[in-house]
Design a protein around this ligand. Structure first.
Ligand SMILES: [Zn+2]
Length: 309
């Protein structure tokens, strides 16, 4: 099963090459196309160059305030999100361990936020491009690290891809339906296995002036390294998360090429007063987005079964 496979394949093989292709005019269609290409890449797509894809220097970008209480402190290919609350920061995913200081810590400081205010680090899944920075944040700021039981085991047993990340000390063990509350803000945790045995997805509120929106944060990524049975589990999780809350109107993930955040950041920078928020796309779009993951994964499972016949 999972632990015997080559892991940490968080992005599909074509992720870096695709960045150079011209995007379709509608950013929502571009986002769905990107999910499809990365979850079900072309057979001739080149293998991922991990070092290049997650190089903090090459992929560096300025941090972004996306909502009044949500800040992007990642890189062009890898996300980390700071959710600010009345009692400190909840950090969602931590990039690679060799990027945590230059990306997350420096990004927070540049935004005027204090990294020492990080109280919780919630890791969506146990691949080292997402848990890599957790140990540093745990040791430096005393942040509590949250992961599912399955993925606490996974990080300790699965082979890592790319430079090996140090493991955080086992801390909070999350199960399906748990919530992390800090001050005035709650993040709901949904167990959505598939990409890893214990992938977590998140639901939480964000504010845009007087308006409150709800983020559906899909914690899983590529399926290329999964076997057909694991891919079936992924599909089931994607369908469950698609249907989980009709109030979700913002889709989000831990790689910008899955949620189209880079073009959305550009649109936000040019947003006219009173204009719609570019990251608020509505529940119908969220459902289409989750369907893109699920449908491509279902195709991948079918192809894997056909290949072994
Ligand atoms: Zn991954």
């Amino acid at each position: 099963m999972w632990k015997h496979l080559t892991l940490a394949v968080c992005i599909a093989a074509s992720a870096v090459a695709i960045a150079a292709e011209p995007a379709p005019a509608d950013p929502r269609e571009a986002e769905l196309a990107a999910v499809r290409q990365r979850i079900c890449p072309a057979p001739d797509a080149p293998p991922l160059n991990y070092a290049e894809a997650f190089d903090p220097e090459k992929q560096r970008m300025a941090p972004v305030k996306l909502f009044d209480n949500l800040y992007f402190v990642g890189m062009k290919t890898l996300s980390s999100w700071a959710l600010t609350t009345s009692e400190g920061i909840i950090l969602l995913d931590t990039v690679v361990h060799y990027g945590v200081k230059d990306t997350i810590v420096a990004g927070l400081e540049r935004l005027g936020l204090d990294p020492a205010a990080i109280r919780y680090v919630i890791v969506a899944h146990g691949h080292n491009d997402h848990f890599g920075g957790a140990k540093y944040l745990q040791e430096t700021y005393g942040a509590r690290v949250v992961m599912s039981a399955e993925d606490w085991v996974h990080i300790a047993t699965a082979k890592q891809l790319g430079p090996e990340a140090p493991l955080p000390k086992r801390d909070i063990v999350a199960k399906d339906g748990d919530a992390i509350t800090l001050g005035d803000t709650t993040v709901r945790l949904v167990l959505t296995p598939g990409h890893t045995p214990g992938t977590l997805s998140f639901i939480f509120p964000v504010r845009d002036g007087a308006a409150v929106h709800k983020v559906g944060y899909w914690g899983g990524g590529a399926v290329s390294f999964l076997d057909a049975d694991q891919t079936d589990i992924y599909v089931k999780s994607a369908h469950r998360f698609r249907d989980i809350d009709p109030a979700i109107d913002v889709e989000m993930s831990n790689h910008p090429f899955f949620d189209g955040m880079l073009p959305k950041f550009e649109l936000l920078a040019a947003r006219a007063p009173g204009a719609p928020h570019p990251a608020v796309t509505g529940n119908a779009m969220f459902r289409r987005w989750m369907d893109a993951f699920a449908d491509c994964a279902a195709e991948a499972a079918a192809a894997k079964r056909a290949a072994v016949r």
